[in-house]
Design a protein around this ligand. Structure first.
Ligand code: KIV
Length: 265
């Protein structure tokens, strides 16, 4: 798609029903992001997400998907301790979670791990820039690459993960000009989130894009629907109708068995 100048579309999904809807809408890639810790489980960060959680959600997404590429996030500290542990944990995401590829945060620091995973047959999507798993080191969710040093490091990171065999690269919260340069230099597709229009593709957290997540809206998010409002409105109608007896109506009730009279018990 990069070679043909076709933009790649990616959204997060965490369950089979949403995966089925996004897949049938024509999405190219479904990411079982560790953002599930925040938007599904209500945590403040992704740091507490475990491998078991991602395996669980990945299985559901894989079950709901027939066409899109399913990529599962490797959670924080499931690939840093050793390359062997990274391989063992990637096995769980592909064999138990049904994913086709994994995503790993980091650049030069994880290049050796990416090399080993790709060597043994695990496709790896890399993720640089704002890497949410390192929020405690970054000192908050903030754009990265605005200083010369950070920009130079990101260029090195992008080259390192591509050389190590990553098949694609997520660029999160970095200046648009820097993302354009990385995209131009890179032989593999870049997928941007808060990284401007020149990336080879775009990704958003589906709960943000669909208007489910109301805690905060990052500046780079466009809301394509207000499903949070729609859910509240539907729930209010249900509550009112149950309370006033309008639901269930006769058409929602099971008709009486043949031969049962009103006196029968
Ligand atoms: O976990 C996630 O949803 C992500 C995307 C923001 C790229 O990593």
């Amino acid at each position: 798609m990069k070679r043909h100048g076709q933009k790649i579309t990616m959204l997060t999904a965490y369950d089979a029903t949403m995966a089925r809807l996004l897949d049938s809408a024509g999405i190219d890639v479904l990411l079982v992001g560790d953002s599930l810790g925040m938007v599904v489980l209500g945590e403040d960060t992704t740091v507490g997400v475990t491998l078991d959680m991602v395996v669980h959600h990945s299985r559901a997404v894989a079950n709901g998907t027939t066409r899109a590429l399913v990529v599962a996030d490797m959670p924080f500290l499931t690939y840093q301790a050793s390359v062997a542990e990274a391989v063992r944990n990637a096995r769980r995401l592909l064999q138990d979670g049904g994913a086709t590829a994994v995503k790993i945060e980091g650049g030069v620091a994880v290049a050796r791990t990416i090399r080993r995973l790709t060597d043994v047959g695990v496709p790896v999507m890399a993720h640089i820039g704002l890497v949410p798993q390192s929020v405690n080191k970054l000192g908050g969710f903030r754009p990265v690459g605005k200083t010369r040093e950070e920009a130079d490091q990101l260029l090195l990171d992008a080259r390192a993960v591509e050389a190590a065999g990553a098949f694609a690269l997520v660029l999160e919260s970095i200046p648009a000009e820097l993302a354009a340069r990385i995209t131009h230099e890179s032989g593999v597709p870049t997928i941007g989130i808060g990284a401007g229009p020149d990336c080879d593709g775009q990704v958003l957290v589906s709960y943000d894009a669909l208007g489910f997540f109301e805690a905060f809206i990052p500046r780079f998010v466009k809301r394509y629907a207000e499903l949070g409002e729609a859910v509240k409105e539907a729930a209010r109608s249900y509550i009112a109708e149950v309370r006033n007896g309008a639901f269930p109506a006769p058409e929602h009730s099971i008709s009486k068995p043949a031969g049962l009279t009103s006196k029968s018990r």
